[in-house]
Design a protein around this ligand. Structure first.
Ligand SMILES: C[S@@+](CC[C@H](N)C(=O)[O-])C[C@H]1O[C@@H](n2cnc3c(N)ncnc32)[C@H](O)[C@@H]1O
Length: 375
């Protein structure tokens, strides 16, 4: 893939830009296997590839410039906006929304936040896109002051973006380089963006985590479901379940599944999907490790899909000692994955596969099936 921003040195986020995709994928697969290391019983499947461009379901654009000439992209080293609205990674509906959103900023007179001067209101715009091209748009603002103005201008935005379904404001009052703050104000009656991924329809609300690449996430959830079916557990616990992608796939054959997740929004989203699909999947807000440790009897199989830090020592030793028969571990960081595998010697990695969620970069998603030694 070729990128003008990369060639001009304006954005270097995609560290593998310009390299043929097949070579990238083969190299990533080799590096991931090396990091995970020698595991005697482990069989690797061929990597699951991605479209090399326009694969991102979510875009987090930093807003800079002025109301008349806003930039949507990143900030340079001095804190000034760099426009990346034609980034080739963005999904097609997100790309089409960029000029409309820029125009909306101009028409409403929303002042982009100026980092060096600490003035202005609009910090970031997040866009989430479903496979059908529907959109959720979140305006990250410094304060509530402009919410009324935004609300009044919404009909024009809906006219200009027919696929628009959910709009919210997220408040980030502090002067920090974060994508979002804690308070969310919904501006639409619709609260979720339905996203069909794999064999389920997820219902993310603003703020809930969704996998970056819907094509690859579909492959990931289906692969996990296939391995879970092979193990044929009576009970499944999905830790770090988010909006429920793994849990809902595991439950679709009538199996009892329990999901645990720290985000209230994600749990509400997962419950909505389970109710809509009539599945026996229950979801609770809680800390993954504390939840597991409080269980009177261990489930037959546990799915873990933690943030980059991995599951760490406490949860790994609970899995090791609990008698859980199998673990499906989906990791976005092979280094912490390898460390966690070392902490669970009785649970032997037997299958693994790279899912290329993040083409053009060195980031990797790896799915591993671990089974308890029989003796
Ligand atoms: C990589 S995402 C995975 C989400 C989900 N499995 C999916 O496929 O979309 C990690 C999730 O872990 C959640 N999380 C972070 N720390 C947690 C904790 N201590 N206990 C439970 N969930 C946590 C995050 O809110 C996020 O939804």
């Amino acid at each position: 893939m070729q990128c003008d921003y990369f060639d001009a040195g304006v954005c270097r986020s995609c560290t593998r830009m310009g390299e043929p995709y097949d070579a990238q994928l083969a190299d990533k697969d080799r590096r991931v296997r090396e990091i995970v290391g020698d595991r005697p019983a482990l069989a690797w499947s061929a990597p699951f590839g991605s479209p090399e461009s326009h694969f991102r379901a979510k875009a987090k654009m930093v807003v800079g410039g002025t109301p008349n000439a806003p930039t949507l992209g990143i900030l340079d080293a001095d804190g000034h906006g760099v426009d990346l609205r034609a980034c080739g990674l963005l999904g097609p509906a997100t790309t089409a929304s960029m000029p409309v959103l820029a125009r909306f900023i101009t028409d409403t007179g929303l002042r982009p936040y100026d980092v060096p001067a600490r003035t202005g209101e609009l910090k970031n715009i997040h866009v989430l896109e479903s496979a059908g091209g529907e959109l959720m748009v979140r305006f990250v603002l410094r304060s509530e002051g402009q919410v009324g103005r935004l609300r009044r201008s919404l009909p024009a935005l809906f006219d200009a973006l027919p696929g628009l379904r959910v709009v919210s404001v997220n408040l980030l009052p502090r002067h920090v380089a974060l994508p979002e703050g804690e308070e969310e104000i919904l501006l639409t009656e619709e609260t979720t963006l339905p996203m069909t991924i794999g064999d389920v329809t997820l219902h993310p609300m603003p703020g809930a985590f969704v996998q970056t690449n819907s094509v690859v996430a579909s492959g990931l959830y289906r692969q996990a479901a296939e391995w879970i079916d092979e193990c044929d557990p009576r009970s499944v616990l999905d830790l770090y379940c988010g909006v429920g992608g793994f849990a809902l796939h595991a439950a679709r054959t009538g199996r009892a599944v329990h999901g645990v997740e720290v985000s209230t929004e994600a749990v509400a989203s997962a419950r909505r999907s389970a109710a809509e699909m009539g599945l026996d999947a229950r979801f609770e807000v809680g800390d993954a490790t504390a939840w597991a440790a409080s269980l009177p009897t261990p489930p037959d199989l546990v799915v873990v899909n933690p943030p980059r830090r991995g599951i760490r020592a406490r949860l790994a030793s609970w899995l090791e000692d609990s008698g859980v028969g199998a673990v499906v571990y989906s990791s976005c960081n092979p280094v912490t994955l390898a460390a966690d595998l070392d902490r669970m010697p009785s649970l032997r990695p037997v299958r693994a596969r790279l899912f290329d969620m993040f083409p053009q970069s060195d980031h990797a998603e790896v799915l591993v099936l671990l089974r308890r030694d029989a003796h």
